[in-house]
Design a protein around this ligand. Structure first.
Ligand SMILES: [Zn+2]
Length: 149
């Protein structure tokens, strides 16, 4: 386990920045799952010059990065967090910049982990529509990358 103080601090930080206080137990689930998969969660609160990061990211060195200036607070923040935790659970290696299979895997894991959340709070449809939106954006990014060749 993470040291209890550090764990609590991380959970509180994410709840504060994501405005997720009422869903604290699920933020805790995300933090614990990330940790079990040897991932740390870093929260960036301002535009760091060294980080050209447009949105939440899972890095090759097992970090989940949450650039909060570029994230919608509330439920979309929670979905994004679980999506990155889903990536953390993916043991396949990263071979290309865009990988639809990895992206689908991460959303599938997020949706599995969130089953108790949906049972308690609902919002399943909201989640599903967010997933569709993100997958479409991802496909658009692939298309524009391919059109560069
Ligand atoms: Zn992803």
């Amino acid at each position: 386990m993470l040291l209890p103080d550090k764990r609590e601090q991380k959970i509180n930080e994410i709840c504060e920045y994501g405005e997720l206080q009422e869903f604290k137990e699920f933020v805790a689930l995300a933090v614990d799952t990330a940790f079990l998969n040897k991932n740390s969660i870093s929260i960036y609160t301002n535009r760091n010059i060294d980080l050209n990061i447009k949105g939440p990211t899972h890095t090759k060195d097992n970090k989940i990065i949450l650039p909060i200036w570029n994230m919608t607070k509330g439920l979309p923040f929670l979905w994004a967090l679980f999506h990155e935790v889903g990536h953390a659970m993916d043991k396949s290696s990263i071979t290309k910049k865009y990988d639809l299979t990895r992206e689908e895997f991460a959303w599938d894991k997020a949706s599995e982990l969130l089953i108790p959340f949906f049972q308690k709070h609902g919002h399943r449809e909201l989640f599903d529509s967010r997933v569709s939106y993100c997958m479409n954006e991802y496909k658009k990014a692939i298309a524009s990358e391919n059109s560069k060749d």
